[in-house]
Design a protein around this ligand. Structure first.
Ligand code: NDP
Ligand code: 2IT
Length: 448
């Protein structure tokens, strides 16, 4: 058992008891609670008001049936979720994940992380997350549309620009947001763009939202490198996944002078020592919805390793951008041994607790997801801002805002870590800085 402040230990035990079997949620809670000992020592009011116990209990959890018909006319039933975790700082905000592995424990870990991530952005957004165990892989556009329509036909009653504003996550991108927005509009008879983010550019979307998570994570790593008087210039980088976050991480790293040599999907790893051909990856993944192994059909010099482990490939910067717990203790040790000096988490909780320990002990620049990948949701908040003002901003203006937000998050995490006696520990910095703002709002709002 990891040592945590004893006052907090019993709170964690209570979380385990109240949420049996939700291992990812337990992991996310423990990681935050482990940072909070010195915070409650300084702020006894948080203990009196039971802020930690309250923050670990979602304000509302919605679980619903999603029936839909496939192209053969066969009826399918999936389960839908929306966990509205915290509205202390604004309307519930967070993505929807469509993946067969989704169950309540995954949505709760993501929703819990989202509270602190959204707080770090400095923008007025609370934390929530949702999704379904629906598997979009291999489904036709019509099947995806019917599923999305059924999903939103139940969820719409809980949404609203001042209430709860979903967006994308794994398996949910522009296509799915379009179908959900269309159905929301039809049911409510309201053109309410602020109800979903990640919309298309001609119907309320924001420039840079597509790029935001990957660009933001890369800006964050760039700041960590600058703090060590270093840069991306000439660095060999590996980026796991080949979805939205991975693609725009590769793009920004390349723009900043780094060289990405590997990416992946759940089937295997692509290694291209000449540097990844991003135009090809975009065409395969964004346009044709194919698997990454097809990369080698165009570039025969590149290698595809089925079931390969991307973290075995030597790199100086690693950007996990696929899913939770994709870097274990062994992978982290391999990365450090192979000369990795920085890790920026585009994905949510991609590193296991053992892996995190390895990175912290090696004192490499380690940017945890809730700080490093906050650029996606921050740009969602910018999309909401543009929707509220019936405005649309240029790419350059929006990207500059994103970069400033990431610089700010980095500075706040860096300074908080120093203030609490753990210089360079962005895990502690992010957890404490994210938590305090939410806790103070909760104290101000009274016992609700
Ligand atoms: P996408 O669906 O666009 O891409 C996901 C990628 O990760 C795919 O390459 C997928 O491979 C791979 N992947 C997913 N699940 C697994 C798994 N269980 N094992 C191995 N590989 C897997 O999703 P995003 O790029 O949007 O999301 C990636 C990560 O970034 C997630 O952790 C998400 O929570 C996080 N994130 C996303 C944000 C956003 O704005 N989209 C914002 C902040 C964080 P395959 O096709 O084989 O499944
Ligand atoms: O994990 C995340 O921050 C997201 N999937 C983006 C959430 C959002 O509301 O843009």
């Amino acid at each position: 058992m990891v040592q945590i402040d004893e006052k907090i230990e019993s709170m964690y035990q209570e979380v385990l008891k109240r949420n049996p079997g939700e291992t990812e949620f337990h992991q996310a809670v423990l990681e935050v609670l482990e940072s909070l000992g010195p915070v409650v020592a300084k702020h006894p009011e948080y203990l009196e008001r039971k802020i930690i116990e309250r923050i670990c209990e979602p304000e509302r959890q919605i679980i619903f049936r999603v029936p839909w018909q496939d192209d053969k006319g066969i009826v399918n039933i999936n389960r839908g979720f929306r966990v509205e975790f915290s509205s202390a700082l604004g309307p519930y905000k967070g993505g929807l994940r469509f993946h067969p592995s989704v169950y309540l424990g995954i949505i709760k870990f993501l929703g819990f992380e989202q509270i602190f991530k959204n707080s770090l952005t400095g923008l007025p957004i609370g934390g929530g997350k949702g999704g379904s165990d629906f598997d979009p892989k291999g489904k036709s556009d019509d099947e995806v549309m019917r599923f999305c329509q059924s999903f939103i036909t139940e969820l719409y009653r809980h949404l609203g620009e001042h209430t709860d504003v979903p967006a994308g996550d794994i398996g949910v991108g522009g296509r799915e947001i379009g179908y959900m927005f269309g159905q929301y509009k039809r049911i409510t008879n309201r053109y309410e763009p602020g109800v979903l983010t990640g919309k298309g550019l001609t119907w309320g979307g924001s420039l840079v939202r597509t790029e935001a998570t990957g660009y933001g994570a890369t800006f964050f790593v760039n700041e960590m490198l600058k703090a060590r008087k270093d840069s991306f210039d000439g660095k060999i980088c590996t980026v796991s996944g080949s979805g939205n976050v991975a693609i725009y991480t590769i793009e920004k790293i390349t723009q900043l002078g780094g060289k990405c040599v590997a990416c992946s999907d759940s089937n295997g790893v692509i290694y291209d020592e000449k540097g990844l051909d991003l135009d090809l990856i975009k065409r395969l993944k964004e346009v044709e919805r194919r698997r990454i192994e097809e990369y080698v059909k165009t570039h025969s010099h590149a290698k595809y390793v089925p079931k390969g482990n991307i973290w075995d490939i030597p790199c100086q910067v690693a950007m996990p951008s696929a899913t939770q717990n994709e870097i274990n203790g062994h992978d982290a040790t391999t990365l450090v041994k192979n000369g990795c000096i920085a890790v920026g988490e585009g994905a949510n909780m991609p590193t296991t607790p053992e892996g995190v320990k390895v990175f912290l002990e090696a004192k490499i620049a380690y940017g945890p997801g809730k700080a490093a990948n906050a650029g996606g949701v921050a740009t969602s908040a910018l999309e909401m801002q543009q929707n509220a003002g019936r405005d649309s901003w240029s790419f350059e203006y929006t990207e500059k805002k994103l970069e400033d937000i990431m610089i700010n998050i980095h500075r706040n995490c860096f300074e908080t870590a120093e203030e609490y006696g753990a210089p360079g520990n962005y895990v502690l910095g992010a957890n404490i800085c994210g938590f305090i703002k939410v806790a103070n709002a909760m104290v101000a709002h009274g016992l609700i």
